[in-house]
Ligand binder design. Structure first.
Ligand code: ATP
Length: 429
C-alpha cells in the first residue's frame, strides 16, 4: 500500500517468479536493496545488500526467479506484489534469440548464414511494455557477453537520447536500473518533432539513414553483427503508424517481430509478412504491471528527458550558457518552407512542399525556447544524411546586437555551425 511517512524501512518477501511493482513518490526518492536471494529489474540483476536510490516518479518492478527479500526505505505512490507475470515467455524468447546469435557467430565467415543474427522489432500499442521488453532482451543478452545494438525509433518516449530523435547504441553491459542507457556513444538522427505525422517522409528518410549506417558498422564488426539488434517502436499502430512499422521491418531486414498484447496487429502482420518465411511473428502477453501514461504525463516525461540531457539525472551536470553571433551559426529546417509560386508552375499543377527540402532559417524571436540539434555535416547538403553531435537550447535572442544565447552541455565552441531546428520546445523549470 502507499505510505507518505518517509524513512520507514520495511521488508517484502517475494516468492519465486513473482515481482514487486513500484511507483516512486512524486517528490522524494526511494531506497531499495536485496536483503537475501536474487532479484532483477527489467533484466539487470541487483547487487546483493547494496542500497540503490530510485528517483521520484520512476515506475519499475523487482522480479525474482528463485525468491528474494527486498528492503524498502522511503515513500511510494504504490507498491504491490504480483505473482502473475509474462516473464517466462519473455525469457523463452531470449533463449531462442541466444541460439540464433550462437549460430550466426559460428558461421560469421559465411555471409548468407550470418543473416541468422536476430534482428528483433518490438511492436504494440502505447503502454504495452515495448521499451521494457526491449530492455530485458538487451540486458539478458549483455549478461551473456553479447553486445547487441539497441535501436530506438520512438520519437516520443525514447530511451537513448532526447525526444524528437531516432537513435542506436551498442549495449555492452546490462542496463543500469537507475541510470538507464549510458549516453556516451549513441548514433543519433534528429527528426525535430515528437509526432511522426509532422513529416512522415523525413521520418522514413532518417530511419533509412540510420539503418544504412548500422549496416556499414556491422560489415566491419562480425561480433556486433552476430549479436543482432533489438528495435523499439512507437505505440502508433494504425494507418500511417502501421505503414511506418512495415517500413521499419523492411528497412532493418527484421527477422523476428514481437507483438505485445494486440491480437489484431499480430494477425495483420502475419498476413502481410507471410511471403517472407524468414520473418517470425510472435505474439506475447502484455504485463499487468505496465503503467498507463496520459498525454500530460508523456509531455512531462519529455520535458524531464531534455532537462536530464543538460543537467544530468541527479542534477550532477552543469551546462554552459554560451553566446554566439548570428553570423557564426547556420540554422536549417527540413521540409515545408516557402513553396514555388503558383505562377512558376505548369498550369493545373499544385505547389507541393518538398518534405526533405533544406530551408535556411532566419534568426529571430521564433527560435526562443527551441531545442536545436548540432549536425555533424560539413556542408549544408549533408545535413539530412548526417547524424548529430548533440543539442543546444536557445535562451535569448538579441536582434539589435545580433547575438544568440544558448545552453549547451559544455563550454567551448560547437562541433559544427550547422544547426537543425524543428518544433521541439522546452521550458526550463
Ligand atoms: P510507449 O509506447 O509509450 O513507449 P511502452 O509500450 O514502451 O510505452 P513501457 O515504457 O515499457 O511501455 O512501460 C510503461 C511504463 O510502465 C514504464 O514506466 C515502465 O517502467 C513501467 N512498467 C513496465 N513493466 C512494469 C512492471 N512489470 N511493473 C511496474 N512497472 C512497469
Amino acid at each position: 500500500g502507499s505510505s507518505s511517512s518517509a524513512s520507514t524501512v520495511r521488508q517484502v518477501k517475494l516468492e519465486r517468479e513473482s515481482e514487486l511493482r513500484i511507483e516512486v513518490a512524486n517528490d522524494s526518492p526511494l531506497r531499495l536493496r536485496v536483503l537475501n536471494g536474487t532479484a532483477e529489474i527489467f533484466g539487470t540483476e541487483l547487487p546483493p545488500q547494496i542500497w540503490l536510490s530510485f528517483p521520484p516518479r520512476l515506475k519499475f518492478a523487482v522480479f525474482t526467479w528463485y525468491g528474494a527479500t527486498i528492503e524498502l526505505d522511503g515513500s511510494t505512490e504504490t507498491d504491490y506484489t504480483a505473482d502473475e507475470t509474462p516473464m517466462i515467455s519473455y525469457v523463452n524468447v531470449h533463449a531462442i534469440l541466444d541460439g540464433r546469435r550462437n549460430r550466426a557467430k559460428a558461421s560469421s565467415s559465411d555471409a548468407s548464414n550470418a543473416s541468422q543474427a536476430p534482428r528483433v522489432i518490438v511492436v504494440g500499442p502505447t503502454d504495452s511494455g515495448k521499451s521494457t521488453l526491449s530492455r530485458m532482451l538487451l540486458s539478458w543478452a549483455a549478461k551473456q557477453g553479447w553486445k547487441p545494438t539497441f535501436v530506438d525509433l520512438d520519437i516520443g518516449q525514447g530511451s537513448i537520447t532526447i525526444p524528437g530523435c531516432i537513435a542506436a547504441t551498442p549495449i555492452e553491459m546490462p542496463i543500469d536500473p537507475v541510470e538507464g542507457i549510458p549516453l556516451d556513444m549513441p548514433l543519433v538522427y534528429f527528426y525535430g518533432h515528437t509526432n511522426p505525422s509532422n513529416n512522415v517522409e523525413l521520418y522514413k528518410v532518417l530511419v533509412k539513414e540510420l539503418s544504412q549506417m548500422l549496416e556499414r558498422q556491422f560489415a566491419g564488426n562480425a561480433e556486433s553483427r552476430a549479436a543482432g539488434m533489438v528495435i523499439n517502436t512507437m505505440g502508433w499502430i494504425e494507418g500511417v503508424g502501421y505503414e511506418l512499422l512495415l517500413h521499419a521491418i523492411d528497412t532493418f531486414n527484421v527477422n523476428v517481430v514481437l507483438v505485445l498484447g494486440q491480437e489484431k496487429l499480430c494477425s495483420m502482420l502475419r498476413d502481410v509478412l507471410k511471403n517472407k518465411p524468414i520473418v517470425d511473428v510472435v505474439k506475447l502477453q502484455r504485463s499487468g504491471g505496465v503503467v498507463s501514461r496520459n498525454a500530460k504525463f508523456r509531455q512531462k516525461a519529455r520535458s524531464y528527458r531534455i532537462r536530464e540531457y543538460f543537467y544530468g539525472l541527479a542534477n550532477d551536470l552543469s551546462p554552459h550558457s554560451n553566446i554566439a553571433n548570428f553570423s557564426d551559426l547556420s540554422i536549417y529546417r527540413i521540409g515545408g518552407g516557402p513553396q514555388a509560386p503558383r505562377s512558376a508552375l505548369p498550369i493545373g499543377a499544385e505547389p507541393a512542399a518538398d518534405p526533405t527540402r533544406l530551408v535556411p532559417v532566419n534568426i529571430n524571436q521564433d527560435l526562443l525556447h527551441l531545442v536545436l540539434a548540432v549536425s555533424f555535416a560539413k556542408e549544408p547538403e549533408e545535413i539530412i544524411s548526417s547524424n548529430v553531435a548533440g543539442f543546444i537550447y536557445i535562451t535569448d535572442i538579441d536582434i539589435q546586437r545580433k547575438k544568440i544565447t544558448y545552453l549547451a552541455p559544455s563550454a567551448g565552441e560547437l562541433p559544427s555551425k550547422y544547426l537543425i531546428v524543428g518544433t521541439l520546445t522546452w521550458l526550463e523549470t
